[in-house]
Design a protein. Structure first.
Length: 738
């Protein structure tokens, strides 16, 4: 029988300290009897023998309290969120029901718990969020914004605690997911401080050397950087005081992650990144004087230092959809260095640091319109889409900048940067989008592909005979427009497909041809169609002639009869060997079995050319944009980037049945350039009848040789045996697979 969860002395002290701290801050928002009922639930939970530590050996109760503290102090949520976090473990372990909790604490707490429970069920199925699980996860997030905020806080807390965790693989998975899902979500919701922390910690765990290289460089240059900041802000402080403004200033160094991204993007060393910091001017003033005083500060700064007009960002006049308000300007400071200056008020700074929760507190409302629109758009996209395209679109929209455009009546709409006239049309109404032929922007006629710019006044032009086309999906930028176009295309294809199918059946009936579905499917493949819908679409459009299809159908039927029907038996003397069936062709015939994802067999896949996996390698599947699956080795050089950027496309894969397939591998051999060494290498391969040497490429210089051997073999055990034999050859210094 399992033992009850044991607290260490330190954990007990931490739990009491955390509980008292949370109680002090959340106390005023608690209802009468909340604390007593909460204690009862927690006591009941701790008495259960099934309660245990997680994969990182962390105490679940302490973790919950730490997450609740982040939610309170760094996001600003109160009673409902804190109770949901502390009660979640009881619900997850089936020690309490959501119905009982709703009766004790109210509907709001129960709704958050329902979202958290759905997410936990997904993680139980598969600890890595992949494809369909990813879609369901986002739908759970979109049910209640507080669920997103709690999950972000939970991931920040976990990333803080796993520094010394022994399970490297689990830490890698958690870190990759933090980078590709939780950090972008934190960015979208305005939680910039938490977003920076998630990115930095992910980099620390995934690319340890890069993280500490930049950290050491930042520490080494801190003194000179601080001196420059003091020299830059000194004159500005004096002028702002003379203008009668109440303010404080601070310098903010770029995050380690953003420096690393800039180094990779610009392909430069640390010293080549010039904008390592930004100066922030934070003004203390009444809300009705905010804009005036921010622009006054802007005027003072740009009078003193030369501004770059292309780098002006005005989120004061029109805030971002997540509530972010600020003025950003880049100016040429001392020593001819470009410096970014951010101007905002105390209220704006809290919203910028603590995101949507701070915005709600100032506005006194439960939700924020722009974010509700975004979440509704995500819900619509996920419900009307399937596959990786929707996931890519979601990822793309998270970091997008925004443009602001007007209708002829003066209504203001926000779109991601790069949005087109067609996005605008579908934003107004699906019917207007489906019939859109262009627009008048500032009284100039433009096409549906025209990209919107901030300040444009847009009037959509329509025609009743216009219909959506497949290429429109690539024209629009927003997920809302993409999902509406795909929906319209599906409806059109369904009606066209029914018409084409009926026309084909009539043609076959007139020619007295009996339709056999398997033969028709084989014909579609032979004609190059991956999907039946595309086959029928081309019939409906007149691209495929019905008589041509009927003729080809008869040919296909005869071909299948020839293969499976009354073939005349021939003697061995009549049989001629086809020498074209070489080992090269044998390598293509993959008859080994791969089990992909949840024990699915028989799925079409391709072996990736970047790492050439073979039978026995530890592998994973990657769902490509076209929907196919490519198999990569776990140690593929591209694997870290694929997991980091497209973690939701990763599916599990493992070898199962062993067939007779041959695989191509490349071995890198380095050694002394002795007489006969190449012959010794090739003779080892030629002696084994299950090995075929495809090619050999040798370079010799300064008494050493290096070369690549391309060998055909059947699995990793034979490969390892070959490598051991090659290493025994006198003069060989190194043999490795590449």
């Amino acid at each position: 029988m399992s033992e009850k969860l044991q607290f260490t002395t330190q954990e007990r002290e931490d739990a009491i300290t955390l509980y008292n701290s949370i109680k002090e801050q959340v106390g005023p928002s608690l209802h009468e009897g909340d604390e007593e009922k909460l204690r009862r639930y927690l006591q009941s939970y701790l008495e259960q023998p099934e309660v245990s530590r997680d994969v990182f050996s962390l105490n679940p109760v302490v973790l919950s309290l730490q997450t609740a503290k982040i939610v309170v102090e760094e996001i600003g949520l109160r009673r409902d969120a804190v109770l949901a976090i502390l009660l979640h473990a009881s619900v997850e372990g089936d020690f309490a029901t959501i119905e009982h909790i709703q009766a004790d604490f109210g509907e709001s707490v129960a709704r958050i718990l329902h979202g958290l429970k759905r997410i936990q069920e997904l993680y139980k199925k598969n600890p890595v969020i992949e494809s369909e699980n990813f879609r369901n996860l986002l739908l759970s997030f979109a049910e209640d914004m507080r669920v997103i905020l709690i999950m972000i806080a939970d991931r920040v807390n976990l990333m803080r605690q796993i520094r010394d965790a022994g399970d490297d693989e689990a830490r890698r998975r958690v870190s990759e997911e933090a980078a590709y899902l939780y950090a972008p979500l934190a960015h979208k919701l305005g939680l910039y401080q938490l977003k920076r922390e998630l990115e930095d910690l992910s980099l620390k765990y995934l690319e340890h050397d890069a993280y500490y290289h930049i950290k050491e460089k930042l520490n080494a240059t801190k003194k000179s950087r601080d001196a420059y900041i003091a020299n830059f802000i000194g004159p500005i402080e004096q002028k702002l005081k003379e203008a009668g403004l109440t303010f404080h200033m601070k310098g903010r160094t770029k995050s380690i992650h953003s420096i690393w991204q800039k180094m990779k993007k610009q392909k430069c060393p640390f010293e080549g990144v010039y904008d390592l910091f930004a100066i922030r001017i934070i003004i203390d003033c009444p809300e009705d004087k905010e804009k005036m005083q921010c622009w006054q500060a802007y005027s003072i700064v740009t009078d003193m230092y030369q501004p770059n007009p292309k780098r002006l960002r005005d989120w004061l006049s029109v805030p971002k959809s997540n509530g972010y308000e600020s003025l950003h300007i880049t100016v040429l400071g001392p020593q001819q260095k470009w410096v970014e200056v951010q101007i905002r008020t105390e209220r704006m700074d809290e919203v910028a640091e603590r995101g949507v929760a701070a915005h709600w507190r100032y506005k006194g409302v439960k939700s924020e319109g722009g974010l509700d629109d975004w979440l509704n758009g995500i819900r619509s996209m996920l419900e009307n889409s399937s596959g990786m395209e929707a996931m890519d679109q979601f990822k793309m929209e998270l970091y997008e900048d925004e443009v602001f455009v007007f209708t002829p009546k003066g209504d203001l709409f926000k779109f991601p940067k790069g949005a087109t006239v067609l996005d605008f049309a579908y934003h107004i109404h699906s019917k207007i989008g489906n019939q859109c032929v262009g627009a008048r922007i500032n009284n100039k006629v433009v096409t549906i592909r025209h990209e919107l710019q901030s300040g444009d006044q847009v009037e959509i032009m329509t025609q009743t005979n216009q219909k959506p086309k497949q290429e429109w999906v690539n024209i629009v930028k927003t997920s809302r427009a993409k999902s509406k176009i795909r929906l319209a295309l599906r409806e059109t294809q369904q009606s066209d497909g029914l018409f084409a199918k009926e026309a084909l059946e009539r043609k076959f009936k007139n020619r007295k041809i009996e339709v056999e579905e398997p033969v028709l499917m084989h014909l579609m493949k032979r004609l190059g169609f991956k999907e039946a819908s595309e086959f029928y679409r081309q019939i409906a459009n007149g691209q495929l002639d019905l008589n041509y299809v009927a003729d080809k159908y008869l040919e296909e039927k005869q071909r299948e009869t020839a293969v499976t029907g009354d073939n005349v038996a021939r003697s061995a003397a009549d049989y001629q060997f086809d020498s074209s069936l070489s080992t090269q062709q044998a390598a293509v015939n993959q008859d080994d079995v791969l089990v992909i994802d949840q024990n699915l067999k028989g799925i079409d896949f391709q072996l990736s050319k970047c790492c050439h996996p073979i039978y026995g390698d530890a592998v994973f599947g990657f769902v490509t944009a076209g929907g196919g699956i490519k198999i990569h080795r776990m140690d593929c050089p591209n694997a870290p980037e694929l997991r980091k950027r497209f973690g939701y496309r990763i599916v599990k894969a493992k070898w199962s049945g062993k067939g007779s397939s041959m695989y191509s591998i490349t071995l890198r051999v380095v050694g002394n350039d002795d007489i006969g060494i190449v012959n010794n290498l090739t003779s080892i391969i030629s002696k084994d009848e299950r090995l075929v040497l495809r090619s050999i490429n040798i370079d010799s210089h300064d008494g050493l040789f290096s070369g690549n051997l391309v060998v055909m073999l059947d699995d990793t055990s034979r490969m390892e045996s070959l490598i051991k034999k090659l290493r025994t050859v006198k003069g060989v210094k190194q043999v490795e697979r590449i």
